[in-house]
Write a protein that binds this ligand. Structure first.
Ligand SMILES: [Zn+2]
Length: 199
């Protein structure tokens, strides 16, 4: 770890040296990494929601993040992504996990407030993870879906120092005031939390 005060000077010196020998266009864009990999979860594919479907924010500076909300999409993975990209829908989640292979799409940056819980307080303090499937179709809850989602939840817990327990990893049905039932009785919480704690 370099001390922060030394960084600007070092950068200026390095950039100056580089400018002396190569044309500007050949210099790497310092933001290139942000463009090619804007995800917070290294295994996720960036599938951005339309900006009208979430609230830009600067978490955890302006809102502490202390919950993960588990959802089931009640539609397919690809339709969930297109709903989040449709400005008329006014809904989004940070992540969508695909049933067949556990592939993870990130749709909203964790710094921003996704609109998934139906409760502003819970939206501001949580990360929302959608899972492809239906509450009454347990075959959608595959081994790969549980495993990749647990890996994601464990990583989010580490990032914000969230305890890996059911008080902090909750179902949408546990959000105060909600009429949603997901993830429903077929979601195996015992198995899921064991996986989250074994990552
Ligand atoms: Zn939900």
């Amino acid at each position: 770890m370099e001390r922060p005060r030394s960084l600007p000077d070092r950068r200026r010196i390095l950039k100056g040296a580089a400018l002396a020998v190569v044309p500007y266009a050949a210099l790497p864009d310092p933001r290139a990494g942000a463009h090619t990999r804007p995800v917070d979860h290294p295994l996720a594919e960036w599938q951005p929601a339309t900006p009208g479907n979430y609230t830009a924010s600067n978490r955890p500076t302006d809102h502490a993040v202390d919950r993960i909300v588990i959802h089931v999409t009640q539609t397919t993975y690809s339709k969930a992504l297109s709903i989040f990209q449709n400005p008329k829908k006014k809904v989004s989640a940070h992540y969508v996990v695909r049933s067949a292979d556990g592939h993870v799409a990130q749709c909203v940056r964790e710094t921003d407030v996704a609109w998934h819980a139906g409760n502003w307080d819970y939206n501001t303090r949580s990360i929302g993870i959608e899972h492809e499937g239906w509450v009454d179709r347990p075959a959608y809850f595959t081994d790969a879906l549980y495993e990749e989602s647990a890996r994601l939840t464990a990583a989010v817990c580490d990032r914000y120092d969230i305890p890996r327990n059911r008080a902090h990893v909750i179902g949408h049905h546990e959000v105060p005031g909600t009429d949603h039932t997901d993830p429903g009785p077929n979601w195996d919480w015992t198995r899921y939390m064991r996986l989250v704690n074994s990552v």
